[in-house]
Each structure stands twice: as structure tokens, then as C-alpha cells.
Ligand binder design. Structure first.
Ligand code: G6D
Length: 349
């Protein structure tokens, strides 16, 4: 495995380093210390043409200025926390809110705004970037000094492994994810509506006001949310279902069934022959179809189109701390948080 690195600028007064890992099959992954963000995933198509298959901003400054979350490590808590408030061990905590009265993606100074430290580990079969950061007690309103390691590993089997490990000195919350957007066509101006999705999920979480979960977990049978058999994403965007109409597609958590050995999700693009199989130990995957942009910006001189990419954000269900039956996202001093998601890239003729 080949490894290279370069300083690409500064953020928070600190040099930002980008690392590129390349495997023997022509797949390369680039990730930077700002936000422990994956910024490029180059892979061949069925004709051997190598292109970037994720959404990438033009510059580090654009990531800092616009905070698009593209490829970023999100935390302490992915998604929304209603009113930025939660009770833990008899204490009510008020977080710093950054979307109306709610907190989104860990708040205004979330983990995606950190410049992380990084170490490289490489062997013949794989190479890893181990990103580490400390989120201080009280940051964005969260209790506890949180120590986080996120590792990106590229293997000779064409897998991108994302593993998290975290500890805290006080009871806190932790529910991270990676906010990578895939566009397997390699062309950011080709919407992902013709991508195929197969998802091992029979239940999705209903969204209410302010895109907060209502707490209802609904069966996907007979709705645009049922991708147990592969189908095109256009179905979701064009179907007249109240939940897809609400957000012009998906912005929803899907509960995963985890059948041993089967991918939890398969995203594919027939024209390029590219596909990515997703395997995770997390309860759910939030799928957002870039239905709208979080800010006004251009990439290669053009505004980003609707449906320019699709996320597969593996995590616990959003707002779990405030929703009965959504899982436990507390992390305590005597615990070590660990999670893993694997994206395996393939090309079919
Ligand atoms: C919007 O509601 C969506 C989120 O799910 C997404 O993560 C964000 O845009 C980038 O707020």
C-alpha cells in the first residue's frame, strides 16, 4: 500500500494535513485532519476510467466556510437533539443549539470542526490513518472530556473501514457517524436518482416538525422506503408519500436487520458499473439525498445540484436520548465505545 501526505492549508491556526492511501487495484482514499474528513475516493469504472465517487469541496477554506459536512466525522451526536436538551443521571443538560432550538450534528463546534491529530500505519495489505482528538468537558454543552479515535483503513480487498473508539471521564453522550456523500457516476452534475439501492431494512423512523423523529418506527412495506429488493432512488424522490414529500426524498433513519454475512446496504450505478456494499454494527443508517444544500457554494464553478450525492450515515437512531426505544447513546467512564462500518467497492462489467 502506498501512502503520501501534504499540508493543504491551515484551520483553527493549525496546519491541516491530507493523507492519500492507494491500493494495488487503483483505488485511493484521501482524508484530511480537518474534521477527520474523507475528501476523495478514486476508483475505476467498468472501462477502467478512474474518477472521484464522493462529493468534494474545491478547497479546505470552502469546507471551513460552508461546513457542508461532506465526508466529515460528525459528533459528539449525529443528527438532531430536540431543544438541545437531555436528562442524564438526574441532571438536565442544555447543549449549544445551532439549528433553531435544536442541536444538529454536535453543535456549532462539532467534531467536524476540529483539526485532529493523525498517525499512519501501513502494511502490504492495508494502510490506516488513525485520527485522534479530545473534545473538552463542556464543549457544545456536553459533559466530560471525550477522547476519540477514528481510523480509516483502505485494504487490498477494496474496503474502506471506518472504526471509532472513545472514552470519557464523565458520563456523556456519543453517537458519531461519517457524512460521506456517494455519487458512483463520478460526475457531480449527474444526480444519483438513477443509482440503485438495496437496503436490508423493513422499518424507518418517521420525521416530524424540524425533521426531528416523532418516535414512531413505521413499516416500509408498500412504501417508497422499502428497498429490500433493489430499486432506483428516483422512486423515493418522485413517489407521493407524505414522508418523502416532506423532505423531497429521504432524510430518514432506516433500522437495519443485520442478516449475517449479507451487506446491510448496496448502492450501485449501472452506467459506470461501480457499487459499494455497506456492512455496519450500528442499529441504523440515515440516508440523505442532498435534497438541499446547507449553504450557497459552487464546486468547479457550478452550484451543487439537488441529489448530487447520497449519504449512508451509520449510527444509533437520532435523538435516542430523548426517544424511548431508540437505543442507548450514553458513554460512561468505565466503558470504551467502539463501532465499525465497512464500505466495500466493486466494479461489474
Ligand atoms: C440537512 O436534514 C439534513 C441533515 O440530515 C443533513 O445531515 C444536513 O442537511 C447536511 O440538515
Amino acid at each position: 500500500m502506498k501512502v503520501s501526505e501534504a499540508i493543504i492549508g491551515q484551520a483553527n491556526g493549525t496546519d491541516v494535513v491530507a493523507y492519500t492511501l492507494t491500493n494495488p487495484n487503483g483505488i485511493s482514499l484521501t482524508a484530511m485532519t480537518y474534521g477527520a474528513t474523507i475528501t476523495e475516493l478514486m476508483m475505476p469504472d467498468k472501462n477502467g476510467k478512474t474518477e472521484n465517487v464522493i462529493l468534494t469541496m474545491d478547497s479546505l477554506d470552502d469546507y471551513v466556510t460552508h461546513r457542508p459536512y461532506y465526508g466529515a466525522t460528525i459528533g459528539r451526536v449525529a443528527g438532531r437533539i430536540a431543544k438541545g436538551s437531555f436528562d442524564l443521571d438526574g441532571t438536565t443538560h442544555q447543549l449549544v443549539v445551532n439549528e433553531g432550538v435544536n442541536q444538529l450534528h454536535g453543535g456549532p463546534a462539532g467534531l467536524d470542526t476540529h483539526v485532529w491529530d493523525a498517525e499512519i500505519e501501513a502494511s502490504a495489505d492495508e494502510a490506516s490513518i488513525h485520527f485522534t482528538t479530545i473534545d473538552a468537558d463542556g464543549a457544545n454543552g456536553y459533559p466530560g472530556n471525550l477522547s476519540v479515535t477514528v481510523s480509516y483503513t483502505l485494504t487490498a480487498e477494496n474496503e474502506w473501514k471506518v472504526t471509532y473508539r472513545a472514552t470519557t471521564d464523565k458520563a456523556t453522550l456519543f453517537n458519531p457517524t461519517n457524512h460521506v456523500y456517494f455519487n458512483l457516476s463520478g460526475d457531480i452534475n449527474r444526480p444519483i436518482l438513477q443509482h440503485n439501492l438495496q437496503l436490508n431494512s423493513a422499518v424507518f423512523a418517521e420525521l416530524g416538525d424540524e425533521n426531528l423523529p416523532t418516535g414512531a418506527l413505521l413499516p416500509s412495506e408498500g412504501t417508497p422506503f422499502d428497498f429490500r429488493s433493489a430499486g432506483t432512488l428516483a422512486v423515493a424522490a418522485e413517489q407521493s408519500h407524505p414522508q418523502t414529500q416532506k423532505v423531497a426524498g429521504f432524510d430518514h433513519p432506516f433500522l437495519l436487520q443485520h442478516d449475517d454475512g449479507k451487506p446491510d446496504a448496496i448502492l450501485s450505478d449501472v452506467e459506470s458499473g461501480r457499487s459499494v456494499k455497506m456492512y455496519t454494527d450500528q442499529d441504523c443508517v440515515v440516508i440523505f439525498m442532498h435534497n438541499g444544500s446547507v449553504d450557497k457554494y459552487t464546486i468547479s464553478g457550478s452550484p451543487v445540484i439537488q441529489y448530487a450525492g447520497i449519504t449512508l450515515e451509520t449510527q444509533a437512531l437520532p435523538d435516542a436520548i430523548n426517544q424511548e426505544g431508540f437505543g442507548d447513546i450514553t458513554l460512561r467512564p468505565d466503558e470504551v465505545y467502539s463501532a465499525e462500518t465497512i464500505y466495500k467497492f466493486e466494479v461489474q462489467d
